[in-house]
Design a protein around this ligand. Structure first.
Ligand code: PEP
Ligand code: MN
Length: 340
């Protein structure tokens, strides 16, 4: 980090800034020019609040040259993180297909979908028991009963389960859930993230509706700083000026996050577009971009779905797509292999 000082800084204030930095174990390298003095800071500057320094009256500008996230940073962990869930591995060149309904609605609905997506090649079952809905009058999920049905579908199919936890107090209910999802609206619920950092199930953090890559990685950092290193990032579309689609799928997230971080990156083309007919192209493009997996909403009767029917694939459309995704992934691996 560099601090550019205003000309002729008050010596007492400068001394106080230097003392404070030293108390944080930061080494200071001063370079004095004709008009400007620059302080180069060496050490763990992730603990320094850049806005606090920028607000000082002796400071002209502050620049961070090191990212504020450490645990999630590829610089300090060059190898991909691979997360083992049941018999599948997320990351490290695998393509994990997580599929299932937006919400768990009934035993028959969930088990029917779970069996179908497994037969098509999905390796994880998704399903919301606690649903963050924009309207308080909309279906809020079956809650604890939904989690019970997920356990049942897991027993029937052997598929590990991913489900959203909306608040920390729900943790004891998630015993049989394999991956805990943090929804887009909760991405910056720092209390929830810290609680999930203090338990050992993998956590999948969906990108906030208007969050930058750095904010998203800092959310991963919250979980990791509390001790849990098993974090998955899930891009689910962001808010833009476009209104045709529910959100805008940011496929750039895949190469950017893979460069900045070692954590697995999953793409959710369902929430990204909000329209089932746009899901296949988004999913295939994500595989070509190098995603570690996909989160896809599938329903046995989308027209009657209690949540997100318009973006849910019918089981036969999903079957067709899953085969293409696995074939494309195989082809991409061949291309990558050929490069070496
Ligand atoms: C979901 O996965 O059903 C969901 C609510 O996702 P998001 O948090 O991305 O809106
Ligand atoms: Mn949904």
């Amino acid at each position: 980090m560099f601090i550019v000082l205003k000309s002729n800084p008050d010596p007492a204030r400068l001394a106080s800034l230097k003392d404070w930095l030293a108390s944080k174990d930061i080494e200071i390298h001063t370079s004095e020019g004709a008009t400007t003095t620059v302080l180069g800071l060496v050490g763990d500057t992730s603990i320094i609040d850049i806005d606090l320094i920028a607000a000082l009256d002796i400071v002209e500008d502050v620049k961070r040259i090191q990212e504020p996230f450490k645990n999630a940073n590829r610089k300090f962990h060059p190898d991909d993180t691979v997360i083992k869930v049941g018999n599948t591995q997320i990351g490290g060149g695998n393509l994990t297909i997580m599929a299932g309904p937006c919400s768990v609605e009934s035993e028959e609905q969930l088990v029917t979908i779970a069996k179908a997506v497994k037969a098509s090649g999905a390796t994880m079952l998704r399903g919301g028991a606690f649903k963050p809905r924009s309207s308080p009058y909309a279906f809020q999920g079956l809650g604890e009963e939904g989690l019970r049905l997920l356990s049942l579908a897991k027993k029937e199919t052997g598929l590990p389960v991913v489900s959203e936890m909306m608040e920390a107090s729900q943790l004891p209910l998630f015993d049989d859930v394999d991956v805990i999802q943090v929804g887009a609206r909760n991405m910056q619920n720092f209390n929830l993230l810290s609680v999930l950092g203090n338990q050992d199930k993998p956590v999948m953090i969906k990108r906030g509706l208007s969050s930058t890559y750095e904010e998203w990685l800092m959310s991963a950092e919250y979980v990791m700083a509390s001790g849990n290193k098993q974090v998955i990032l899930c891009e689910r579309g962001i808010r833009t000026f476009e209104t045709y689609t529910r959100n805008t799928l940011d496929l750039g997230a895949v190469p950017v996050l893979k460069k900045l971080s070692h954590l697995p990156v999953i793409i959710d083309p369902s929430h990204a577009s909000g329209k089932w007919d746009l899901v296949p192209s988004g999913a295939l493009a994500a595989v070509a971009a190098g995603t570690d997996g996909l989160l896809i909403e599938v329903h046995n009767d989308p027209e009657k779905a209690l949540c997100d029917g318009p973006q849910s694939l019918k089981m036969d459309t999903f079957d067709e797509l899953a085969h293409k995704l696995l074939a494309l992934h195989g082809f991409m691996q061949e291309l990558e292999g050929g490069k070496k």
